[in-house]
Design a protein around this ligand. Structure first.
Ligand SMILES: [Zn+2]
Ligand SMILES: [Zn+2]
Length: 152
């Protein structure tokens, strides 16, 4: 049995980019959500190390998803206990659930890393935001993996 726990929404910055993090080199970069999910983009390459990861969710997004899962489960358990309480009450059995089980705070995801600069990859006609150091020293096109020695 599987249940949808609910969407973890990733906030976009002022220019409409979402923050991503490479699981290999831990560097942050940003892409437009439509490019990240585009059908013609099979796998995203990390612009810093060039590897292709399965996903680039930041630790914060994963953490938020984990907390949502905990809260969902807790609520479910609470509901079941409440149901049990009603059943027992009708059987003249005293049983009281004092309070809601502990709720884990689902804090909003940090706004993002701001020292990232827009870079345009002409090969795919798409743009990304990467650290200026990679813009200067070279980066990989996240969409096709082509190496750029420096930004033109
Ligand atoms: Zn990387
Ligand atoms: Zn490209």
């Amino acid at each position: 049995m599987s249940t949808t726990i609910g969407e973890v929404s990733i906030p976009v910055d002022d220019s409409g980019f979402i923050l991503l993090q490479c699981p290999f080199c831990s560097e942050f970069f940003k892409l437009h959500p439509k490019d990240y999910e585009a059908d013609d983009v099979i796998k995203i390459h990390c612009p810093s190390c060039g590897f292709k990861a399965h996903d680039y969710l930041t630790e914060e997004v994963l953490e938020l998803a984990r907390k949502k899962a905990i809260n969902y489960t807790n609520n479910l358990i609470h509901k079941e206990i409440k149901k049990l309480e009603r059943q027992l009450k009708s059987a003249n059995f005293s049983f009281k659930v004092s309070k809601q089980v502990q709720h884990v705070d689902e804090y909003p995801i940090r706004y993002g890393i701001d020292n990232l600069e827009v870079i345009k990859y002409p090969c795919c006609d798409r743009e990304a935001k990467i650290k200026s150091i990679y813009k200067m020293c070279g980066s990989y096109c996240p969409f096709c993996g082509v190496r750029y020695e420096k930004n033109r």
